[in-house]
Design a protein around this ligand. Structure first.
Ligand SMILES: *[C@@H]1O[C@H](CO)[C@@H](O)[C@H](O)[C@H]1NC(C)=O
Ligand SMILES: *[C@@H]1O[C@H](CO)[C@@H](O)[C@H](O)[C@H]1NC(C)=O
Ligand SMILES: *[C@@H]1O[C@H](CO)[C@@H](O)[C@H](O)[C@H]1NC(C)=O
Length: 426
């Protein structure tokens, strides 16, 4: 890599010298042509800033936060596309803010690992440890870099799943207001809270992402997304103690493809309807996924007694499940630990939802449960080629339960659709 970079720099210098020589030798050239040449030169010769040159040690012990901040400032202020280079090593860092807007496109070439302090210092609500914010044409090349949140201590003191009162531990990686950007080949481990939050992004691709936390880590959702349009998550592996992927309000045109999930709580749209003025969730495709040893496979959850909301144009396709409790679930009476207002049905409207080519084993008898809202029954729900076997301890085959929905069934349907009435377990 270093050799290649040096070669690029040399080439760049040569080009500048050549261009300058040419420009000098051809003074009769029209001025606008020279200006164009200058633009091309400045685009081709961005800076490469090495964090070690800014004082980072990368020894896993020294706090390298200030060195990262200094290097980022230089890269972000560069007038032509530039790179922040992180050589191999383990960098102990506190909160880092890779924040724009920057003057030009920025690439981070991350060859080393980042490590958080293990002490759990509460911050502002929804704060992040590593933050990417307000960037356009941003590119993170991870080469397998590990973002280690060192969360084991935090999980012991974090009981927000039980109390509903979450403390303010940092999210491992917080991605806000990114446009036309790409994040590739990074791994988030042992986050103190959620691993990755994606909010307010447009046209963002996440590729080869790894999420790894043990099943006992509470509230460590893998990837949460909300208020974003055109995000793609492809070729990723998520193992965690909560939802692998949770899709919040205002998510449009979200693609999840070739993702493995488990252990964890599966892939979820919602929960929705907890707050007023939530934006619709529209155009979500989850396909070619493998879900293993999880509670729930693919689910949509909305709170009872909710304000109006919309979930529409959702496609779940080619999903294989292994030992999953409740593989296909719509729960419009979502009420964890009794923290909900049961004064009325959910007003979140679910429509145009297709489940196609979904198969595997169910660890609970109810393999398909569509519990829609009596206040806003589900419409246009299609089930096509569904095949589940029950592998738990009770006798008898898998069953499918429905209420306030009349799904359209096509192809194979095992267990047969709506053999019993769906009831809320809360
Ligand atoms: C989306 O972002 C990528 C960079 O990741 C860029 O190459 C592409 O042109 C963008 N697409 C649109 C429609 O802007
Ligand atoms: C099935 O999944 C559960 C977690 O939901 C796990 O505890 C159990 O070991 C798994 N069984 C097999 C056979 O993998
Ligand atoms: C679902 O089935 C209905 C009724 O046949 C059909 O009109 C609709 O296009 C189907 N939706 C999808 C997304 O396949």
């Amino acid at each position: 890599m270093v050799g290649l970079r040096r070669a690029k720099t040399i080439l760049c210098v040569v080009l500048v010298v050549m261009a300058t020589t040419l420009a000098n030798g051809a003074k009769m050239l029209k001025e606008n042509v020279q200006d164009e040449d200058k633009d091309k030169q400045s685009q081709g010769c961005g800076e490469s800033i090495d964090v070690k040159a800014s004082g980072a040690k990368g020894d896993g012990k020294t706090d390298d936060s200030a060195a990262f901040a200094a290097a980022w400032k230089k890269v972000c202020e560069a007038k032509s596309p530039s790179s922040l280079i992180v050589p191999k090593g383990d960098y102990l860092v506190n909160t880092l803010e890779f924040k724009g807007p920057c003057k030009s496109a920025v690439t981070i070439d991350m060859n080393g690992n980042l490590k958080a302090p293990s002490k759990a210092t509460p911050g502002k609500p929804h704060c992040g440890w590593i933050n990417f914010e307000k960037l356009e044409n941003f590119n993170l090349k991870g080469h397998g870099a590990i973002f280690d949140g060192q969360g084991a201590h935090a999980w012991k003191i974090n009981d927000c799943a039980k109390t509903g009162k979450c403390n303010t531990l940092p999210i491992n990686i917080r991605i806000t207001d990114l446009v036309n950007s790409k994040i590739k080949d990074i791994k988030s481990t042992n986050s103190k809270l959620f691993h990755m939050n994606i909010i307010n992004c447009k046209n963002l691709t996440l590729e080869d992402i790894g999420i790894d936390a043990p099943p006992e880590s509470l509230n460590t959702d893998g990837i949460h997304i909300g208020r974003s349009d055109g995000v793609r998550l492809v070729r990723s592996k998520i193992k965690t103690g909560d939802d692998c992927i949770s899709i919040g309000d205002g998510t449009e045109n979200f693609l999840v493809e070739d993702v493995e999930c488990g252990p964890g709580h599966g892939i979820a749209i919602g929960s929705l309807g907890k707050y007023p003025n939530e934006k619709p969730v529209k155009g979500v495709t989850i396909r070619r996924c493998h879900i293993k040893n999880t509670d729930n496979g693919v689910r949509i959850k909305t709170w009872p007694g909710s304000p109006p909301g919309i979930v529409s144009n959702i496609l779940f396709q080619e999903i294989t499940m292994d030992n999953v409790s409740l593989p296909i679930l719509i729960d419009q009476v979502y009420c964890p630990h009794g923290h909900c207002n049961k004064g009325g049905p959910s007003k979140v409207k679910l429509s145009d939802i297709t489940y196609r080519d979904i198969k595997g084993t169910s660890a609970s008898k109810v393999a398909v449960k569509l519990l829609c809202s009596p206040g806003e029954p589900c419409t246009n729900i299609n089930l096509s080629n569904i095949d589940f076997k029950y592998t738990g301890k009770e006798k008898g085959p898998a069953v499918s339960a429905c209420s306030d929905v009349k799904p359209k069934v096509e192809g194979k349907m095992e267990p047969p659709a709506c053999t019993e009435k769906a009831k809320s377990d809360t």
